[in-house]
Write a protein that binds this ligand. Sequence first.
Ligand code: ZN
Length: 352
Amino acid sequence: MARPCALRDNDSVTAEQKERYSRQILLPGFGEAGQERLLAARAAIVGLGALGSFQAIALARAGVGHLVLIDRDYVELVNLQRQWLYEEADAEQALPKAVAAARRLAAVNSEVSLTAHVADLTPENISELLADAQVILDGTDNFETRYLINDYCLCHGVPWLYGAALGTYGLTMPVLPGRTACLKCIYPAPPTGALPTCETVGILNAVTSAIASIQVADAVKILAGQAASLRPRITTLDLWMGETRQIAQPGPHPGCPACSGRQFPHLESASRAPISLCGRNAVQIHERARPLDLAALRERLAPLGEVRANEFALRFVAPPYELVFFPDGRAIVKGTTDTGLARSLYARYVGN
Ligand SMILES: [Zn+2]
């Protein structure tokens, strides 16, 4: 909805905006200049689960002018315990999270310009999706995407804010290229073997908002032009045990292939294998970059099982599996972690 023409003072923050954001403008070191910067700023949120949905609504309320929302998944009942933006109706309709998020955020702050991408962040699309973002907030649940973000941000000199939460524990750190250690400095290789997930060990909703809050505070500071005074530190929390710890974040590691070597292999991998989703008995197929006509697919699959579709996604139940197809040809196959089986189910219902 278009905003009414508000009377402007001698600067670019309107009288209405001064009122709306007055409690933030009052903060020391923020002021109208900080708000003006925020209103003109662009932030990207990758992953709109528990962390990402809190980040998105907090940044929208703070008045960040442009938000880019990226998520490959759809809303389910099991998300509602901790994914702050979504409601029961979103889960009933299996709305893509990026779509549901944009709807909610537009109602919270109609001044914010929103770009929603129902997509998996990949080496092929990352430059387009994250273009001009001044900060990237990590709301993902997997190292593959985080290494990709890390390579992109180191390559382009864009700050990003790492965050993770599981069980009652969470961890966050800002990555400021050239100034702090990056993800590869801290974790040179991704963890191997079976990892605990939200599905196996659960998650306390409060720890997600606590970690996301720290990411948001750092993002606001960067976007308000105060990055130089941001104190880089690694924060860990266990809200059940009542433990919080912060250690000073080291500088870039001299042996880091990203920081020192300027090598960014994650940006270069032309195609990736299907990957298992965190915390879910599911496989994502994203190797087939060909559009799907969801209306035609709905007609084809209706005799074979339960089909529910909207313009953004089609959900097909063929027990013990459930397949969700997206218009870009991507699919999430639930009920298995076997990538070969997921591929063959895709081929059976969509074709090779
Ligand atoms: Zn590094």
